[in-house]
Design a protein around this ligand. Structure first.
Ligand SMILES: [Zn+2]
Ligand SMILES: [Zn+2]
Length: 673
């Protein structure tokens, strides 16, 4: 969002508004003023009908140049649309998600204009923005778009963008809209219009092209400076396989050439770093239909990586007073009826297993098991906070089409913990949890992350469990905890779980992609449902509050993200193999084995490559395995008790004594640098 400072002088572009001009008379009337509120709370008066663009121009030339759209009372509008009543405004730029969406959606119109110019008679479906760009679904009859066609369309778009014409909004009657698209033979638009009979219909025009669209759009095509059409895929009209398959043309655009180049570079990098590809190349994990879709098998190297992460977190949790527990992979169905997860979430769970007339569920979450541990004996205020922790494997039914490598699976392990606290301990405990998550992400090299606080929608209270005053108090606690831990956060009203508000952590990886990883949820409902109690210092029974938290979230997904973040080049402490010893010839094999044994005894994960191959060949191969250290052992080294050290990606580090190498490597592991 754009910061607009209230002190910037604003010169109203006019003090009077001319309305209803027509040929035989000119009606002039003193303008009615409206109050515009800026993000910093400053307010200012403008004549009714002032547009976002006029306000931006009054504030600063830079803002007017950069603003793509304006949020008016939370709705994104065209900058050219007159504002008719008091409103809060926020200018949206390229840096804002909504600014990007508007930019890309407007680019879809531009692409449609280019396609229509080059391939007259094309019928158009819909053209929305997506996470990284936009698409348009089109019907070209028998013609399938080729790579050359895409290049031609791209060129045409560039030419059309260069004219810098505005995107113009026009409110039309339903009848006029139908007439327009009937004349064009645009059957898909006519179908869309059937659902819009009682809605306000708007056309958007740019150059020669008119589209049926609610908007909003950027001010003009000239803002689009760099264009890349990416690919064409098949897509059923309205996602229904009974309908015709259309061609979905994907593209992406940017306000500068440099940003396009950076984006294309990141796309290539993403392919190179794909965790499914690296997972196979580095022998970390694999999936086989013989075990089942979405059920990853961890190979020794992947399991070492996993264990290292687990030990790291377990160690940190131990320092912070967490207590380990272990629970089974299935549980009586009645547990999930008590929690309310069954039958409401039935579709995302495996069917129950029947044993001796009882039904059991493969556990979709660990919470109910942990609540039983809480209930296993009477609890007093002295036991709280009680922090039960488990790397608990859970099972969810995901449709096969949704499964993807490690990021969407049917079996995954949650670094789960349930913390039972007194209401008055909630804020402090939230701070402790946030501190742990910051420590975990920081150690793993995720330097930037954003936080999202999800609160309930106060207008829809019936959607949520728990009493009003508890919600108010816990939302205030979350906000205070986030402030005192200096988190950068946004607040999403209406995004809370039904049982309480939550904090989500969005981590940015090396390719600037955002991943939602850690989560912290406050829960008032489960203590009621499971009848959890503790005896207070007043001798009375009270309900605890539960914090569900998982810094990694799903270990599978987290490792998938980690592989791509590091491009498989893990820091030494995480690398499954930290060093490999390469004997120069067979004569040096015994010495190589001795080096390996010594390192191994010091706790360094090491292998010996005893194959009868040239050392140059071996080095090239181990480089592709991304092992941090390659240690060459020849005559010189054997005599001196040393090794020649090569660092992956850096090259030769020279000869080191075995002691020096061991000491520096152990230090590197200890400090997780
Ligand atoms: Zn549009
Ligand atoms: Zn839980």
């Amino acid at each position: 969002m754009v910061e607009v400072t209230g002190s910037t002088p604003v010169s109203p572009t006019r003090s009077k508004t001319t309305i209803g001009a027509c040929s035989d008379f000119f009606l002039e009337k003193t303008a009615t003023m409206i109050t515009i509120t800026f993000p910093d709370g400053a307010t200012r008066e403008f004549p009714e009908g002032t547009t976002g663009r006029e306000i931006a121009e009054g504030l600063s030339k830079g803002l007017a140049r950069e603003a793509l759209a304006v949020s008016v009372n939370g709705q994104t509008w065209d900058l050219s649309r007159p504002i008719l009543s008091d409103a809060s405004v926020v200018f949206l730029k390229w840096g804002d998600d909504e600014g990007k969406r508007t930019f890309w959606h407007s680019s879809a119109h531009l692409m449609a204009e280019a396609i229509e110019a080059l391939f007259p008679g094309t019928k158009f479906g819909i053209g929305p923005p997506v996470e990284n760009g936009f698409y348009y679904d089109i019907d070209m009859g028998d013609h399938s778009l080729s790579g050359d066609d895409l290049l031609q369309i791209e060129k045409k778009m560039e030419a059309l963008a260069g004219r810098d014409v505005p995107y113009r909004r026009e409110v039309v009657t339903w009848e006029k809209a139908v007439q327009h698209f009937r004349a064009k033979g645009d059957t898909y638009k006519l179908e869309l219009l059937q659902d819009l009979r009682d809605k306000e219909i708007t056309f958007y025009h740019q150059g020669e092209f008119t589209d049926l669209c609610f908007g909003p759009h950027i001010p003009g095509t000239g803002r689009i400076k760099a264009i890349k059409l990416l690919n064409v895929a098949g897509a059923y009209w309205r996602g229904n396989e009974k309908n015709k398959m259309l061609q979905r043309v994907y593209g992406v655009t940017f306000p500068s050439r440099k940003e396009l180049d950076d984006h294309l570079f990141r796309l290539e990098e993403a392919k190179r770093r794909d965790h499914r590809k690296l997972g196979a190349e580095l022998d970390l994990f694999f999936l086989t239909p013989r075990v089942g879709a979405g059920l990853p098998l961890w190979l020794p190297k992947g399991a070492i990586l996993r264990e290292t992460l687990e030990s790291f977190l377990k160690e940190e949790q131990k320092k912070r007073g967490y207590l380990p527990v272990v629970t089974p992979h299935i549980g009586n169905l009645s547990l999930y009826k008590t929690s309310g997860h069954y039958p409401y979430y039935k579709d995302s769970q495996f069917d129950p297993i029947v044993v001796e007339d009882e039904e059991y569920l493969l556990k979709p979450m660990n919470c109910p098991h942990h609540h039983q541990i809480y209930l296993s004996r009477p609890r007093s205020y002295r036991d709280l906070p009680l922090r039960l922790a488990e790397f608990g494997t859970v099972y969810r039914y995901e449709q096969s089409g949704e499964l993807n490598g490690l990021t969407r699976v049917r079996s995954f392990t949650v670094d789960d913990s349930h913390i039972y606290v007194m209401q008055e301990q909630l804020k402090d405990e939230l701070c402790r949890v946030i501190e742990l998550i910051q420590h975990v992400f920081g150690t793993l090299g995720f330097k930037t992350f954003k936080t999202r606080l999800s609160f309930r929608d106060p207008k829809n209270k019936e959607k949520y469990g728990g009493a009003d005053d508890m919600w108010e108090r816990s939302e205030a606690d979350i906000r205070e905890a986030a402030d005192s831990m200096q988190l950068r956060y946004s607040i999403d009203v209406g995004e809370a779980a039904f049982y309480g508000p939550k904090i989500d952590f969005l981590v940015q990886d090396a390719l600037l992609r955002n991943w939602q990883l850690g989560t912290v949820q406050v829960d008032y409902v489960m203590p009621e449902r499971f009848n959890l109690e503790y005896t207070g210092s007043d001798g009375q029974k009270h309900r605890p509050v539960i914090i569900h938290r998982a810094p990694f979230g799903s270990l599978e997904r987290f490792i998938g993200v980690l592989i791509e973040h590091f491009a498989g080049e893990f820091p030494v402490w995480l690398a499954p193999v930290q060093a490999v010893v390469l004997p120069l010839t067979d004569r040096h094999l015994d010495y190589a084995r001795k080096v390996s044994d010594d390192l191994s005894a010091s706790g360094i994960r090491v292998e010996v490559d005893d194959r009868n191959e040239k050392v140059g060949y071996k080095i090239r191969e181990w480089e592709t395995k991304k092992v941090p250290y390659m240690l060459v052992a020849g005559d010189k080294e054997m005599t001196a008790g040393s090794i020649s050290v090569r660092r992956h990606g850096k090259g030769d580090l020279g000869v080191q004594s075995l002691e020096t190498f061991t000491a520096t490597t152990l230090e590197e592991i200890r400090t997780k640098s």
